[in-house]
Design a protein around this ligand. Structure first.
Ligand code: KIV
Ligand code: NA
Length: 264
């Protein structure tokens, strides 16, 4: 039996942390699960680290479905979350539901959708019809051309209060989890305390309920991401399994991210 939403919520309610890493294939799925990673995210970062593209914009629904199947075949217990790629969640709630159904049928237990207020109707539509959603705010890579670069979000008073109101609205709309990317640690902490769903942070400080990193970043393999929040866990480990276990240990203990890997 796979880890369920309820067991992740139980971890959250006990005040403990859970661990997330991106995963795109069966072999790593098996390895990450064996090393104790709770959630595998089939991220559209596969556009960067698998396909060598500069952005995630070209990733298709078919590709996410394919990689979700690969990840689902490789593991038995890990919770599987998959990204809704650019263009598959923006048209209408109905259209998004249809696309999400295909991702769920491929083995995902939850879909992740980028966007704030604009996505609340869609998230309500999906969650009322059996599809759990993780909302993704802060730096949303699918909007990179509108944001103008991979930079910290919520670092002015007005953008911080916008992130806050997005977080509340997304929780209200039924989102099961909230992922925050590139958000100042104190703001991510406040948001995590203010809402009653688990938060997943990437470049969002240690006080989120869970942490996620891109697998190829934390193994020190991908040269394309020089962000401060990325930590190369291979640097202090003797092999891949050791690096993954050290990541799991550091997240659960609240040791990662440390001050060197977060924004104030
Ligand atoms: O696609 C991805 O890897 C992600 C994480 C960076 C959050 O969305
Ligand atoms: Na993504």
């Amino acid at each position: 039996m796979r880890t369920s939403i309820s067991s992740l919520q139980k971890i959250y309610q006990n005040g403990e942390k859970f661990t997330v890493l991106t995963c795109y294939d069966a072999t790593f799925s098996q390895v990450l699960e064996a090393c104790g990673v709770d959630v595998l995210l089939v991220g559209d970062s596969l556009g960067n680290v698998i396909q060598g593209e500069e952005t995630t914009l070209s990733v298709t629904l078919e590709q996410i479905i394919y990689h979700t199947r690969c990840v689902a075949r490789g593991s038995e217990k890990a919770f599987i979350m998959a990204d809704m790629p650019f263009g598959t969640a923006q048209l209408s709630p109905e259209c998004t539901f249809k696309n999400a159904c295909q991702i769920m049928a491929a083995g995902a237990q939850m879909v992740k959708i980028e966007g704030g207020h604009i996505m609340t109707d869609t998230i309500q539509f999906l969650t009322q019809r059996g599809i759990p959603v993780c909302a993704h705010i802060g730096l949303t890579p699918q909007s990179i051309h509108q944001l103008g670069g991979y930079k910290i979000q919520g670092n002015t008073e007005s953008s911080a209060s916008r992130l806050f109101s997005e977080a509340r609205a997304l929780e209200q709309s039924g989102a099961t989890m909230l992922l925050m990317e590139l958000v100042p640690a104190p703001l991510a902490k406040q948001i995590t305390a203010a809402i009653s769903i688990p938060t997943i942070g990437i470049g969002a400080g240690v006080d989120c309920t869970a942490q996620v990193l891109v697998l190829h970043d934390m193994l020190g393999l991908y040269q394309g991401n020089k962000s401060k929040f990325v930590k190369n866990f291979m640097a202090e480990s003797c092999n891949i399994q050791d690096a993954i276990r050290n990541y799991v240990k550091a997240v659960k203990a609240g040791h990662f991210p440390d001050k060197a890997h977060e924004y104030q």
